[in-house]
Design a binder for this molecule. Structure first.
Ligand code: GUN
Length: 287
């Protein structure tokens, strides 16, 4: 079997077109959507993500405000900026790029963002709302994965879904979304015994482990839908310098029914969902 490729780039472009139309309608009513992005420190991957988020905003007609801080900034300075942005009616979304330097209490920072402007969906109240299947801002990566799964037409209700990874950003909200959609969900992680036992049962397999080419074809059920959330830069071997996912694409594509590539899979959908959340927030403000 050779898997169908789920083209995240094409899906993202289609959805971004719809988002741009909504952003233009808001701007015509004097409510141009606006996202504030805070980057603290000089983590190279974070800098790339923030650059892509700001560029995505510009293309969609969303205003962006970017605030850069050195790694040794005092947390009070950032907290004061968040309070200012929370109070600014022209700002609809606020995002603090993670990870944060060690002097920060991450949970305190995320909870200092107004729930109504928490377009990352990381505030404890949004997390709680999602866990209760109530309307909430949904974290962008797992939300993008859900859109990709929907695009395949695979039935989610009753499906066996396995998520590898239990992070607050991807694994846990992914498990909640799949549960809310009626899948039977298993969350695997670094302490899981016999990972392949679980993964081989999965109709839907989501890999978010951060280990290059970790999931091989031998771990996949024939015909499964495989979603690769990983973005890893290979440091050695013949492909050194190349980007790859958490899934060994070549062996997995022989077994899976559908699979996302890296790059061009989940990545473009993540930023798309951030843009959509920002537009949703602006639409609420314009009501
Ligand atoms: N770091 C890695 N992924 C994310 C994300 O989706 N949002 C934020 N704010 N930081 C991240």
């Amino acid at each position: 079997m050779t898997a169908r490729i789920i083209d995240g780039k094409a899906l993202a472009e289609q959805v971004r077109g719809e988002i741009a139309t909504r952003a233009a309608a808001l701007a015509a009513r004097g409510e141009q959507p606006c996202l504030a992005v805070l980057l603290i420190g000089a983590d190279p991957a974070s800098a790339v993500y923030v650059r892509n988020k700001v560029a995505g905003c510009e293309k969609a007609g969303i205003r962006s405000l970017r605030f850069d801080y050195s790694a040794d900034v005092a947390p009070d300075v950032v907290m004061a900026k968040l309070a200012e942005l929370n109070a600014d009616p022209a700002v609809h979304g606020i995002l603090v790029q993670l990870p944060l330097p060690p002097q920060f209490d991450e949970a305190a920072v995320l909870e200092a963002i107004s729930v109504e402007k928490d377009v990352d969906g990381f505030h404890a109240e949004n997390v709680g709302r999602l866990s209760q299947n109530q309307e909430a801002f949904i974290p962008c990566t797992p939300h993008g994965v859900m859109k990709m799964l929907e695009s395949t037409g695979v039935p989610l209700a009753g499906a066996e879904a396995v998520v590898i990874g239990r992070s607050n950003i991807v694994g846990k909200p992914m498990a909640m979304l799949l549960t809310n959609a009626g899948a039977t969900v298993t969350v695997c992680h670094s302490k899981t015994r016999d990972l392949a036992f679980h993964t081989r049962r999965a109709d839907i397999l989501v890999a978010a482990v951060g280990k290059p080419r970790f999931v091989t074809g031998a771990m996949i059920k024939p015909g499964a839908v495989v979603i690769d959330v990983g973005i890893n830069r290979l440091t050695d071997g013949p492909d050194a310098g190349k980007l790859c996912g958490d899934v060994d694409f070549d062996s997995a594509a022989q077994v899976a029914g559908a699979i996302t590539p890296v790059p061009g899979g989940v990545g473009p959908m993540t930023i798309t969902m951030l843009l959509e959340n920002t537009v949703i927030s602006a639409e609420r403000a314009a009501r």
